[in-house]
Design a protein. Structure first.
Length: 160
């Protein structure tokens, strides 16, 4: 099950700090603004984006349009660790689909999902560029090659 955004009031202090440091805010600064907000919160909380738009006069539709267009932005909380499972040809041929299924089972989430404890986010990617190690997964910046389903638990156990 994916983590749901909390209904508690958002702490606006990080957003206000970003706004103070980035003056003046214009439409041409939407991407850097969203990058800074995401760095501060780990994702782009809806309430924070709305508040920033109200304080800056940026059109809400434009800001959310940018946030949803670029894959780098996330509108829901992400895990402390991102697990990427390669679905490229070499990985597929060498059993990558079994690795993906094992990850989904172990984490209890589908592709794009985040564990309830916000420990992991699971993503499948077109290629990790290490075909000679197929099948491959990445956890954060660490690569694991020749992965077998039986190795998944021990790999994930390294990350708190």
């Amino acid at each position: 099950m994916a983590a749901a955004e909390t209904t508690l009031p958002m702490d606006l202090a990080p957003a206000l700090q970003v706004l103070a440091e980035m003056q003046p805010i214009t439409e041409s600064s939407i991407i850097p603004l969203l990058q800074r907000l995401q760095t501060s919160y780990g994702y782009l909380p809806r309430d924070v984006v709305i508040e920033v738009c109200e304080r800056t006069g940026l059109p809400l539709s434009r800001v959310f349009g940018v946030a949803t267009f670029y894959a780098q932005f996330h509108l829901t909380p992400r895990g402390r660790h991102v697990v990427r499972c390669c679905r490229g040809t070499a990985c597929h041929v060498r059993g990558g689909h079994r690795i993906a299924q094992s990850l989904r089972s172990e984490l209890g989430v589908d592709d794009g999902g985040t564990t309830e404890d916000l420990r992991f986010t699971l993503e499948t990617v077109a290629c990790l560029g290490t075909c000679f190690l197929a099948p491959v997964i990445m956890v954060d910046e660490d690569y694991y090659g020749s992965v077998k389903p039986a190795k998944i638990s021990s790999i994930l156990a390294r990350y708190e």
